[in-house]
Design a protein around this ligand. Structure first.
Ligand code: GLC
Ligand code: CA
Length: 535
């Protein structure tokens, strides 16, 4: 599995990337909330794990109605998380360890406490009025059109501003007014915001809701859903035709790409492309002039099922432009952890899914804690802090996947000082923590680290083309990464055999099989997966 020349290695294409929820990674000042210095203090760990880049959820000033996704100042660090100096330190220390730092940008909406909106709502003639999407009421006094709210499908996406008699658009909370991307001044503001952070050495951005920043200029009604629509779309009762994924959004992405390309090294754009139409998904890569990486929500929303997971991957493989580079993740701060969601916290299945993510063509994204198989943490009652959880309860809420990292099993979990109450509960620190799993050859952490090392050492695993192997069926999923590498996963509880495989197991979910020689028949136990170097 030959080595790539070092200069050929591009951190965001060849490496494994890692998402950090900053409030939950490491707390250095004993207030129970993770902070930027905490992330810096764990860079040695990330380097040891083999991570080449991190994406940190929003660190900017925010009243925290939506935990940082309601931005009140795009160029200031939230005081709970630290200072600009802390960020500069983090970027510099990360660079020394070969780790690039990406931040999260929220261009679709601001907080209603952002100075722009405070001015905009102050009167109809204010300077910033048109920075947001305003419209007169419908003839019956109701909202201007039928668009529904993303957080609450039962509610309108519009809020009446009684003072001015107009509605403003809020696809998320009423305190998150949507910006008006038809106004050139908004575009100019964000050009400056990108440059502000790029000039500090930030390597790129994950762009929140980037498929939806621009809305139909005529604010037309969305059409109703039909029986063939994805279940997620059906939840809303309407197709997102006019409030999402407008053709002109691609002009904006090209504009952002041009700014990113203006830097040396070029900065990297990673999109939260929450579309479930694979063609629309593929379009976000443009002609190698839009996003570098676009999150594939079709895989994330697929169940633990060989056919459905495979379909998500193969559809993307078929539709992506030749120079587009896939990225794969099983979870993030908006979805229950995949160890729990896909795998029901069964260690064998958790390993299988990790092997899937690492074996595909494309950049794998881990969400902090995935590497130790961290499960969802139960969060109840007063501990529910996510606005969606407050509205609809913990099952739909997003607190369970946002709880503190499990560094060790002692009081404080290595996250904060012993005795400090963390901002969210710790959960299963005794059974899943970094300290206990470090150095244990049989642990999930060792498995993850060894997989990352294997990818790094293998040009085929990093760059080889994906091709389905004929043995694949509704329970086993087998693919080739070029002629020399085969990945085989058994999604079933019954053992299976695959004929005509010859080679050596480079890594197996059951580590006792590493190095095993395969002569003609590959046996896979329940939920077992392997990477085979073929002969
Ligand atoms: C994105 C974020 C989510 C946030 C929403 C509104 O979907 O990932 O956490 O609540 O945008 O900003
Ligand atoms: Ca802190």
């Amino acid at each position: 599995m030959g080595d790539a020349a070092a200069d050929d290695v591009v951190w965001w294409r060849d490496g494994v990337l890692y998402q950090i929820y900053p409030r939950s990674y490491a707390d250095t000042n004993g207030d129970g909330v993770g902070d930027l210095r905490g992330i810096t203090s764990r860079l040695d760990y990330l380097q040891w794990l083999g991570i080449t880049g991190i994406w940190i959820n929003p660190i900017t000033a925010s009243p925290n109605d939506d935990w940082g996704y309601d931005v009140s100042d795009y160029c200031a660090v939230h005081p709970e998380l630290g200072t600009l100096d802390d960020l500069d330190d983090l970027v510099a220390e990360a660079r020394e360890r070969g780790i690039s730092v990406m931040l999260d940008l929220v261009p679709n909406h601001s907080s209603d406490r952002h100075a722009w909106f405070v001015d905009a709502r102050h009167d109809r003639a204010s300077e910033h009025r048109n920075y947001y999407v305003w419209a007169d009421p419908a003839p019956d006094g109701g909202p201007p059109n039928n668009w529904v709210n993303t957080f609450d499908p039962g509610a309108s996406a519009w809020t009446l501003d009684t003072a001015s008699g107009q509605y403003y658009l809020n696809q998320f909370l009423p305190t998150q007014p949507d910006l008006n991307w038809w106004d050139d001044r908004v575009r100019d503001e964000f050009d400056r915001i990108y440059r502000f952070w790029y000039d500090r050495g930030v390597a790129g951005f994950r762009i929140d809701v980037c498929h939806a920043v621009l809305k139909d200029a005529e604010l037309r009604d969305n059409p109703p859903t039909g029986p063939d629509d994805h279940w997620y779309v059906q939840m809303y009762g309407q197709r997102f035709v006019y409030n999402t994924n407008r053709p002109e959004v691609h002009d904006i992405l090209r504009r952002w790409r041009a700014i990113a390309d203006d830097y040396d090294p070029p900065r990297v754009l990673l999109g939260e492309t929450y579309v479930l139409d694979p063609n629309a998904y593929a379009a976000f890569y443009g002609n190698d002039d839009e996003l570098h990486l676009a999150f594939n929500m079709m895989l994330l929303h697929a169940p633990f099922d060989a056919t459905e997971l495979r379909a998500a991957v193969e559809t993307a493989e078929a539709l992506l432009p030749a120079d587009a580079w896939p990225t794969w993740t099983g979870g993030n701060h908006d979805n229950h952890r995949w160890a729990t969601r896909w795998c029901n916290d069964d260690p064998a299945r958790v390993r299988l899914c990790m092997l899937m993510l690492m074996g595909l063509r494309g950049t794998p994204f881990l969400y902090y804690g995935d590497e130790i198989g961290m499960p969802d943490t139960p969060v109840e009652g007063d501990q529910i802090l996510d606005p969606v959880g407050r509205m609809f309860g913990p099952r739909l809420g997003r607190d369970n996947e946002r709880t503190p990292m499990h560094w060790n099993g002692a009081p404080g979990a290595g996250f904060t000082d012993p005795g400090v109450t963390p901002w969210q509960p710790f959960g299963a620190i005794a059974t899943h923590n970094v300290a206990d799993q470090t150095g244990d050859p049989a642990s999930m952490l060792t498995f993850t680290r060894d997989l990352i090392a294997l990818r790094r050492a293998s040009t085929a695993l990093r760059r080889g083309p994906y091709a389905t192997h004929a043995a694949s069926d509704d329970t086993i999923w087998v693919w080739e990464r070029g002629p020399d590498v085969l990945v085989a996963l058994n999604f079933g509880a019954a053992p299976r055999s695959i004929a005509a495989v010859n080679g050596t197991i480079a890594i197996c979910t059951d580590r006792r099989r590493d190095g095993e020689s395969i002569a003609d028949t590959l046996h896979l136990g329940a939920f077992e997966g392997v990477v085979v170097e073929r002969r």
